[in-house]
Structures are given as structure tokens and as C-alpha cells.
Design a protein around this ligand. Structure first.
Ligand SMILES: [Zn+2]
Ligand SMILES: [Zn+2]
Length: 237
């Protein structure tokens, strides 16, 4: 770290701004620049590896710790410590670390999330009734499109609360959206999905049927949807 003539202040090697010295901060770039670097890597993680819109940030799994560390390791300010870290990585028995294969590490983390989470399957969205995939990465009762809508609605609500109009969307920070309420709970079963708010209607069931017909998949789910629809229409009588 470059020590300034003003004692107790340091200069960021990336943006050149000076900042108050924080003995716990071991990097030669400021916290803002570090967080920008992490954001860049998160963007790749969210879009290229997981295949999502990065705007869904709050809904997505965090950047794996290894990637976090490896992204910042080149900015360690103490040369001796940096050398130590580099040597440890170079001699690491795991070739992903010795060759710094960040993409492979990310892909393996994705695989872990998929195998540890809820089994992958197609379900109807609680909001729009359209079909989407749930799995260990997307364990939500709503589809990605509706999730994005919920996020924008939440942000607009806060913007108006704070006295801004929509053109400030994405510029003015708002409190993070609570994603827990959209999560499928651990005791979930697909029968209860899409039924919590609106009972399965014949219209929804036929939409599922036409979807199933088109894709020729989910025949089992289709059958359950049709029987749920006839049950709920019987109840109305
Ligand atoms: Zn900086
Ligand atoms: Zn939806």
C-alpha cells in the first residue's frame, strides 16, 4: 500500500483516491474498487455460469467464497504474503487452483448447488401460472419473470416512499427485497404449488395441458393438474 505524506491515509492503486488507513484491510485497492471487482465476477457467475439475468441478484446464490478470494488475491498489498498465497495455490494438489481455473471452480459450485438443493422439476408459477424449472439454484414459488417484476415493484414502492420517481430506478439504493417469502419451504410438494393463492381453474389446467402437449413432457403433472381442476370445480357446485 502506498503510504501518503498524510499519516494514516492510503492511496488506492486502482482509482487513486485516498482513504483512511484501516489496518485490517490487506489490499492495495480501496473497498469501493474491491467491491466493483467482485461485482464483475458476480456478473459472470450469475449470467454465464448460472444462466440468469443479473438483475435477479437478490434471488441468486452468492458468489462462492473461493471465487471471492481468488478475485482479490492479486491485490494483496503485502508482497511477502501475496507470494505465500501464490505459492500455496501453485502447489495445490487440486489442479483447478494450481491452474487458477476460475470457470471450472464456478461450474463445480453450480453443480453442488444443484445436487444439494431441491430436485429439479417443472412447476406452475404462483403468479402467472406459466411453467418454469425449480431446482437448487431457483427454489422459488414464482418464475424468473415474475421475480423480476416483484423486484421492480418493490423498488418503485420504495422510490415513491423516498420521494423519487421511476427514472431514478436502479440509481437510488432501496432496501433489499425479502426473498424468503418466495422460497419453496423445505416441506414442499408440487401439489401445493400454484394453489396457495388461487385454486387451480379449468383455464389454468388447460393451459398446462396445452403446454404439456407441446412439450410432450410432464404427462404425470398434467394428469394431476386436470384432476385438481375437476376437484376444485366440484367444490364450487
Ligand atoms: Zn479505488
Ligand atoms: Zn410467473
Amino acid at each position: 500500500m502506498v503510504q501518503n505524506e498524510n499519516l494514516g491515509r492510503i492511496k488506492c492503486e486502482n482509482c487513486g483516491r485516498t482513504d483512511a488507513l484501516d489496518p485490517k484491510w490487506k489490499y492495495n485497492i480501496c473497498k469501493n474498487c474491491a467491491s466493483e471487482k467482485i461485482d464483475e465476477v458476480f456478473r459472470v457467475w450469475a449470467t454465464e455460469i448460472l444462466g440468469f439475468n443479473e438483475e435477479l441478484r437478490e434471488f441468486l446464490p452468492q458468489l462462492p467464497r473461493d471465487l471471492f478470494f481468488l478475485t482479490l488475491k492479486d491485490y494483496i498489498s503485502d508482497n511477502e504474503l501475496k507470494q505465500k498465497v501464490d505459492n500455496a495455490l501453485k502447489s495445490h494438489p487440486d489442479t483447478r487452483y494450481s491452474s487458477m481455473d476460475l470457470k471450472q471452480i464456478a461450474k463445480d459450485e453450480k453443480e453442488k448447488l444443484l445436487t444439494a438443493g431441491i430436485p429439479s422439476q417443472k412447476v406452475a408459477c404462483d403468479e402467472c401460472n406459466s411453467y418454469y424449472d425449480i431446482n437448487g439454484i431457483w427454489p422459488y414459488k414464482i418464475c424468473q419473470k415474475c421475480a423480476l417484476n416483484e423486484k421492480y415493484k418493490w423498488e418503485d414502492l420504495w422510490l415513491s416512499e423516498l420521494g423519487y420517481d421511476e427514472e431514478f430506478s436502479g440509481i437510488i439504493p432501496t432496501p433489499p427485497i425479502d426473498i424468503k417469502k418466495y422460497r419453496i419451504d423445505s416441506t414442499f410438494n408440487t401439489e401445493s404449488l400454484g394453489r396457495s393463492k388461487t385454486p387451480m381453474t379449468k383455464e389454468a389446467a388447460s393451459r398446462i395441458q396445452s403446454h404439456a402437449d407441446k412439450t410432450e413432457t410432464n404427462q404425470d403433472f398434467k394428469a394431476r393438474a386436470m384432476s385438481a381442476a375437476s376437484k376444485s370445480s366440484q367444490k364450487k357446485k
